[in-house]
Every structure is written in structure tokens, then in C-alpha cells.
Design a protein around this ligand. Sequence first.
Ligand code: SFD
Ligand code: AMP
Length: 613
Amino acid sequence: MALFSSRKTVVVDCDVLVIGGGFGGCGAAYESRYWGRDLKIVVVEKANIERSGAVAHGLSAINCYMGMQWGENQPEDHVRYARGDLMGLVREDLIYDIARHVDSTVHKFEEWGLPIMKDPQTGHYLREGRWQIMIHGESYKPIVAEAAAKSATAVYNRIMVTHLLMDRKRPNRVAGAIGFNVRDGHCHVFRAKAVIVAAGGASHIFRPRAIGEGTGRTWYAPWSSASAYGLLIEAGAKMVQMENRIVLARFKDGYGPVGAWFLLLKAYATNAYGEKYEEAWFDATKALVGAYADVKPMPTCLRNHAMIEEMKAGRGPIYMQTQACLDTKEKEDIGWEDFLDMTVGQAVVWASQNIDPKERASELITSEPYVMGSHATCSGAWASGPEDCAPADYQWGYNRMTTIEGLFGAGDTIGGSAHKFSSGSFTEGRIAGKSAVRYVMDLNGAAPAADAAQIERLAAMIFRPLDTYRINRNEIVAGTVAPGYLLPLHGLQRLEKLMDEYVGGYSTFYVTSEPLLERGLELLAMLKEDLAHLGAEDLHQLQRAWELQHRVLTAEAVARHTLFRRETRWPGYYYRADHPRLDDAEWHVFTASEFDAKTGDWRLGKLPVHHIV
Ligand code: SFD
Ligand code: AMP
């Protein structure tokens, strides 16, 4: 019998359910309302949409903007850019679809009150780089969330979704979602005709560099807990490119991003001796990846590769020569605001280490890997493409519908389409929202029926860690250690350590191989067995427990995809020591996986990469 017997179950019925009120989710809510005037549109969010997700703390740039009104770029240009950056492998239809709509999204953001910097000479948005524009973005998220809140019929904040619900009769048809309120502990059941998952990417899959007093600090938000992948994998959705984890060059210890420094302020990176090092690695890199080394701008992974090689050669620390570019008050202000708007911790590192960036260079380093679908990386779900330009085998239903009927995705959730960033994720949410509404209207009232037995089974399972803790805490042997349970933090640390050491984290300089991956998967299987004994002291820890479940499943997908792709496609993100070169003859393809939750089996395969631009 459950020990928390006062728990209520709240049931919510709706037409469109949006899981995650970040950038993709806010876009989905906004656009669903536009097309579905009379529909019941519900957003469910584990935090509070006003300050949730990767943009919680603000941003200082919008990294995806074409500038078509000024003839700056066309959508085709963006497809070429993303393809080059991802070493040839992207869903060009999905990227094109976002690029052609993204400017209108940014114009809406400005209309809603987001201050966008202007070039005093032209009056156009101030360009950081070819694709990026500068904003005063500390309040970026509340501004965007307000539009979503006004559009949705209801926003359920503080509810962590743990599982998707499936139709009673059709196992591949989504019927809603289930989770719990992290404040009052009530169980929440959402029954929906269409579901859009926009639950963000994943930090803390690999061991972060930050330890001790900095524990938990990462570049991508620490609360980006892989739910977008965990929910979908468990339900059997086809996932792609899960091996394509991203490593980022960042200011050391505070994880400050580098884009504004390289592109707008024209700072440059050197080794410890003040030498620019990227060019020096060109021939060696070309021997590994061939013509991809000639792509301009240099692909993100190859920029990392040069930095990693330089570090391995013992010529670190690597430095961003900030003092060489901060020669005016305006530039100095932009430099500080870049961090104060987006990564306050980096400004704190400067203060705490007595670094004045106009006097002294700052260290750069490559981060631990993250799993995402919206930056210079494209892990995520395989989705049906736009009706007018997707190749036939990329299209089986409604735009942005996954391989599960009625289940859509946006932002980090959707795979194959890199370089969406905040604006592109919101845009993809809009695309998914419009499509989900059409799907609901085409149903003509034929709603799915959630499976009562599944709900009952899940409701018992979700809260089990609370009981496990209560029963076993009597056996605590020391501190927080008890033989009868595993605490979420201990499980997380086990996951991070094994992913780091076997699947290509920073401590091996991102190197892995078949034997390492096989051993990592063996240890992962043992960790998965222990997850049945997770113990949660309170509701906060219960949330941590389910975040860990989502992270572990995602990590397994990363390891299995990495094992499957027998080449090194993205040096600088990870290296297969046993297949050190890029191999276009065999691997100019997407890797795809499907998980069967009943048997625990994974099926991996290849999907074609079509070039439409
Ligand atoms: O330069 C559940 N990003 C940047 N984008 C830009 O456009 N410009 C920049 O300057 C950017 N930089 C940057 C960025 C991110 C971070 C952390 C930093 C710097 C420090 C990237 C964008 O933020 C990113 O691409 C988008 O936010 C992705 O959108 P989306 O919707 O896929 O993810 P989200 O916004 O994190 O939202 C997810 C939401 O889901 C909630 N959630 N809710 C219920 N149940 C669950 N189980 C849930 N799990 C998650 C989350 O709480 C969240 O609200 S730069 O460095 O690149
Ligand atoms: P970051 O701040 O590293 O997240 O980068 C922000 C944007 O600038 C992304 O679109 C990056 O791909 C791009 N970017 C960062 N550094 C460089 C560089 N050295 N050359 C070209 N593009 C860059």
C-alpha cells in the first residue's frame, strides 16, 4: 500500500497538450491558438514557464535570423551553413522549413517588447555574425512566455511529466501524459488528442568539469534533464543521430559562450605562447576528414579539434585574447553584457579571479558533452517533414509528427536539424503547433482513449521512490548511505562517471572505441537494474529520480548510436579510436534507433541523407 495515501489524482482533458514550456513549447502554444481558436490547448511545465528552460537566465544573442527583409540571407544559405557545420549530415527539409519562417518569429519577439540592438549606420538589427543578432536579453524568457501564457487555455506549472500515455487499442498512438506536481505531490493525468513534446535537451549525461564548490555548473542548463528524449525513447519513437553529442569551446570555469567574442568583438584564441593555432592543425585534420576540412566557416567540431590537439600537445592554457579587442567603451560594455545577460557566472569568475578582460586574456576550454537538437548538433526524434519540400521517405504524416501517431516535437526534441537556437526552436514549435491543430481537426472527434491499466500501473510506479526511501531509511549505515536504496544524486554521479570514462567524455579527451563502449553498456545495464531501487526523501528528490531515469535512457541511446557508427564523423565532439577517419562511403547516413520498452531491446539502422539544396 502506498504510504502517501492523501495523494489526489487530477485528470485534465484537452485537444493539444504541450509538454515543456521553453522556447519550442511557447511557440507551440502560441501558434496552436492561432489556428485552433476554439481548441483546448494545455501547457505542462516542470518549473514555471516565466523562467524555465535553457533561456531561464536570458540570452545576449538570437543565433538564428536570416534578415530576408534586408536581403542578408536566404533560407537555402542557412541549409548550406548547417550542412557544412554538421559535416554533411542534416535534414535539409526541416532546416529549410525553419529558416523560411524564423524571421517572422524574431519580429514578433521585438513587437512583444524584446530590445534588439540596432546598427547605428543601417538601422538594421546589429549583426553578431552572419546568422546571429545581438539583444538586450535578460528578460527574453518572460517576454516570450507571456505570449504563450495568453494563448494557452491553461498552463500547469510545477508538474514533472514522467511518461507518455498510449491509446488502449493502438500501441503506437499517443493519448496523453502523466506526471506529478513537484510541490503538492498530486498525480496528474493529461488526456489529449495530440501531444507536442518540447522538453529540452540534456546536460549532466557526461561528467561535468565543474566539481567541489562548482558542482552542478554546466554550460547548458543543469535542469535540462533529457526528458525530450527519455519520454520519446520509452514510448518507442524512432531517434536519430544520438551519437552526435556536442562539446563546446567555452570560457573556462564559468562556461561563458564564445560567439560574441569571436564574431562581433573580433577577439581571437591563442595557445599559451600567444600563437594562433587553428591553421597549424589544418593538414592533420584534412587527413582525417578530407574535403570537410575546407568548409567555411570551419565546422564547430573542427574548431574544437584544433583546440583539443593543441592542449594535448601541452601548449595550453588556450586563451581568448579579450584585451586585444576591448579598445572602446562600447565594446567593453558589450563584452560584459554578453555574460551578464546570459552566463552571469562567467562575470563572477572574472570578479573572483581579479580578471579585467580589457587588461588580461581569459582561459578557454572544451566542455563536457551535451545532448541537444538545437545548437551545432542534431540529436533527437525522426520527424515527418514539410509537405511541400520533404523527400517522399521523409514524409509519412503531418509536419513534425514523430513515428508515433499524434506525437509531435519541437526544439531540442527533433533530430537532424541543427542551428535552430532559441528563435528556431520557437519557430519549430509554431510549425508543430499548426500541424497538431490540423491533425486534431482531421480527427473529426475521434479521440484516442487512454489506457486505464497503464495509468494505474504508472501512477504506482511514479511514487515508488518515496516509499522505498521511507521503508529503507531505517537502515542508514552512515550519512545518507543505506543498503536498501540508491539516491538520485548517487545514481547521477555513477552515470556521469561511466559516460565520461567509456563513452567519450573530457577525461579521455573524448576518445572511445568498441571495447570501451561495450564495457560502458555493461555498467549502464547494472545502473539500470539499480534504478528500480531509487529512493526519494521528498518531492524534490522524486523529481531528481525521474530526471535520472530520462537521462539514463538517453545516455544508453548515445552509447548505442556511438557504437553503431563505425567512423569518426565529428572529431572534436568525439573520437572512435578504432575508426579514426570519416568514412563517407559507408556512413553518409543518419543513424536511427528504436527501443522496445517491453523487451528492453534496441534496433539500430541507417536512414538516407537527401540533399535538396
Ligand atoms: O550562444 C519539462 N542557446 C542560445 N540560443 C540563442 O538563440 N542565442 C544564444 O545566445 C544561445 N546561447 C545559449 C543557449 C542556451 C544556454 C543555456 C546558454 C547560452 C547558456 C540555446 C537555446 O536556449 C536553445 O536552443 C533553446 O532554448 C531550445 O529550446 P527547447 O524548447 O528545445 O528547450 P528549452 O527552452 O530548454 O525548454 C524545455 C522546457 O521543458 C521543460 N521540461 N516540463 C515538464 N516535464 C518534464 N519532464 C520536463 N523536462 C523539461 C523545461 O523546464 C523547459 O521549460 S549560446 O551559448 O548558444
Ligand atoms: P556560441 O557562443 O559558441 O554558442 O556561438 C554562438 C554562435 O556563433 C553559434 O551560431 C556558433 O556556431 C557561432 N560561432 C561561435 N564561434 C564561432 C567562430 N569562431 N566562427 C564561426 N562561428 C562561430
